[in-house]
Design a protein around this ligand. Structure first.
Ligand code: MG
Length: 404
């Protein structure tokens, strides 16, 4: 039992790869003992920073560092209204930092505290993209040459266009600017892309695809069935959480494996998917649900129902968040696959201990805690700036706003 207390809770904002990241640093009464956690909600990072500084910090300073479970519930419930993305990310930052501290106190990597490794590394999938099928094929071949065996293949910006491309579509007069996409054009082009990829690349690489929740339930059902000849490893987010009641229908129609969950924020959104065995992979964003403490419980729930984990791992996950979920990946038996972006040199400079990627695997290190640090002076050289995320301003051909 430790009598060490929390001395300060700080938020560090940095954008070494041009993506705004929020990392929480929990400092303790012991000099040199601190923890880091990911609180990145890149589109609303200042709101998360305010939640940490103005609400969680006053609640936490002076409390003991060891009672992680109790602290998590205190953070989640003390604002009465809960399970929103801003608060969940703020809670995640502290939760992961407290696990980092506990590992450092124990002199062990966090995965050792969770039962030890049941695999030495996490199998990865990463993204092949291009404006044409030929470009996607070229990108996929380059990734395969780098050792990746699981590759997510996407045309354009999730099948959409930016800028003046709506002129190519039959939009009404006075249609607003936006990232336009046509569901029919998107599904037809994607099917023909997979036709090309399978005929030229064969079946050695596992291929994946992300619908990004852009289709209606009827469109998603037809698309998942049409993809069957190409034997996807999984089809990602074919429906939005709001359309989850359609999943049983989708499941009945197709044998394409299904992965869902990157927009899930509230536990009520995953219960039905798991209990009904409506998906094969659950892929929530760990900081979006409140950190590694709830993620471990969610993984255990999935294991009981034969569902595997595929935590969301985009570029707007900080290297600290990537390290934290890597500890889940290597210690949870029902781990399925880990999405990853490629870390830049600047990210590795700001975050010493950023996980190593080799031959399509991500390797944890054996340092105590989460095994990752932050160089705050380097972080300050890459300030955040409020960015406009134009790809999120998606529209359908009739000019109406759509899910991105
Ligand atoms: Mg996705």
């Amino acid at each position: 039992m430790s009598l060490t207390t929390i001395r300060d809770v700080r938020v560090i904002l940095t954008a070494p790869a041009g993506i705004d990241l929020a990392v929480v640093k929990v400092e303790t009464g012991e000099p040199e003992l601190y923890g880091l956690g990911c609180a990145t909600f890149t589109q609303r990072y200042e709101a998360v920073a305010t939640a940490v500084r103005e609400y969680l910090r006053p609640l936490l300073v002076g409390r003991r560092v060891d009672a992680i479970e109790d602290t998590w519930h205190l953070m989640m419930n003390s604002g009465y209204w809960r399970n929103g993305p801003v608060l969940n990310n703020a809670v995640s930052g502290v939760d992961e930092a407290l696990w980092d501290i506990k590992g450092k106190q124990a002199g062990m990597p966090v995965y050792e505290l969770w039962g030890g490794c049941c695999r030495p590394a996490a199998t990865l999938y990463t993204h092949a993209e291009g404006a044409t099928s030929e470009e996607v094929e070229e990108h996929a071949r380059a990734l395969m040459a780098d050792g990746y065996r699981y590759i997510r293949c996407q045309l354009g910006i999730y099948g959409g266009h930016m800028g003046g491309a709506q002129q190519q579509l039959s939009t009404p007069k006075a249609a607003l600017e936006g990232a336009y996409y046509d569901p029919g054009q998107y599904t037809r082009a994607t099917l023909s892309m997979f036709e090309r990829l399978r005929s030229l690349l064969g079946y050695e690489a596992e291929l994946l695809h992300d619908v990004h929740e852009r289709l209606t339930p009827a469109e998603a059902i037809r698309f998942a069935c049409d993809l069957e000849p190409y034997r996807l490893f999984f089809l990602e987010d074919p429906l939005a959480p709001e359309d989850s009641a359609w999943l049983a229908n989708l499941r009945m129609h197709t044998h394409t494996p299904l992965a869902m969950g990157e927009l899930i924020t509230n536990p009520a959104e995953w219960m039905g998917l798991i209990q009904g065995r409506l998906i094969d992979y659950l892929r929530v964003h760990v900081s979006q649900i409140g950190g590694v403490s709830p993620a471990r419980k969610l993984a255990a729930l999935c294991e009981a129902y034969g569902i595997r984990t595929a935590w969301h791992g985009p570029g707007d996950l900080s290297p600290v968040g990537a390290a934290a979920q890597l500890h889940l990946d290597v210690s949870c038996h029902n781990f399925g696959i880990q999405e990853t972006a490629q870390f830049t040199e600047a990210e590795r400079e700001v975050f010493p201990g950023t996980p190593l990627i080799e031959n399509g695997y991500m390797y944890p290190n054996d340092r105590p805690g989460l095994g990752i640090d932050i160089d705050e002076r380097a972080a300050a050289r890459y300030p955040c700036r409020r960015r406009e995320h134009k790809w999120l301003q998606a529209r359908r051909p009739d000019g109406s706003a759509a899910r991105p």
